[in-house]
Design a protein around this ligand. Structure first.
Ligand code: CA
Ligand code: CA
Length: 255
């Protein structure tokens, strides 16, 4: 069934944002600002990816002006994602995606999920990008540690990371790409505020406890917004107190 619908046409039309409920609209807005609109100007542009790459580079102690090869490696990983976003979401063809275009996209995608019980291709590209960013060992499975590190890097809480992981691995299953894509589908389309797929939205206000939780570091200080610069050690290591960017930095580009 799901294979048959792979090729179903997915079209976004102006006004598809009307298909959003208050709750799904809030999720769309959160994802827009936390995942993509790095500079917060209400548009997703290639510039946002460049800012993101600089932030990630600085978080590893490198100078983005000098280590351009490192920066370009990060950008190269995200170029296909950007091309896909532009292709599907940039309806007026101005080379950037406004918040309204994004909401039309999200509304069309949620409607597609309700009709076909499957994600449209562009949403799958986004989901798979984030899955592979978290699959740091490249073995097709996300570990609990990887989820925690990803959440903390993105300014989220360890408690929410554990909630997400517990749901993803319920009944003994592994956190594979297909589990991730399924949860992503729920995150896009579910109107149920208790649906655990919401935990994919790092720091989302509706995630109970997210706003009141701080991550306790080795020195005991709350630093939910700190940046980890090591991705393989068993203890979380915190870099300098950099202001966390307004983005969902679950990107494995450090590896
Ligand atoms: Ca922007
Ligand atoms: Ca546009």
């Amino acid at each position: 069934m799901s294979r048959k619908i792979e090729n179903l046409n997915f079209l976004v039309k102006p006004g598809d944002r009307e298909k959003l409920t208050d709750y799904t609209e809030r999720k769309a807005e959160w994802f827009f600002s936390r995942s993509f609109d790095t500079d917060g100007n209400q548009f997703i542009e290639w510039r946002d990816f460049e800012v993101f790459a600089d932030i990630v580079t600085e978080a590893t102690g490198r100078n983005p002006r000098e280590d351009t090869e490192f920066v370009n490696t990060i950008l190269a990983k995200r170029r296909p994602l950007w091309n896909e976003l532009l292709r599907t979401c940039d309806m007026n063809g101005d080379g950037r995606i406004s918040l309204e275009e994004w909401k039309d996209f999200w509304g069309a995608a949620a409607d597609f999920v309700h009709q076909h019980d499957s994600l449209p291709e562009t949403m799958k590209v986004i989901a798979k990008h984030y899955f592979h960013s978290l699959d740091v060992k490249k073995d097709g499975v996300i570990s609990r540690d990887a989820v925690r590190r990803g959440f903390i890097q993105a300014g989220g809480s360890r408690i929410d990371a554990d909630r997400l992981y517990a749901h993803a691995t319920k009944r003994g299953r592994q956190f594979t790409e297909s589990v991730y894509v399924d949860m992503f589908m729920g995150m896009v389309a579910s109107m149920d505020e208790d649906h655990p797929s919401k935990y994919l939205l790092v720091g989302f206000p509706a995630n109970q406890g997210a706003s009141s939780t701080t991550v306790v570091t080795n020195d005991g200080a709350g630093s939910s917004g700190s940046i980890t610069t090591s991705t393989e050690s068993s203890e979380y290591q915190y870099g300098p107190r950099t202001t966390p960017p307004n983005t969902y930095r679950m990107d494995g580009a450090y590896q």
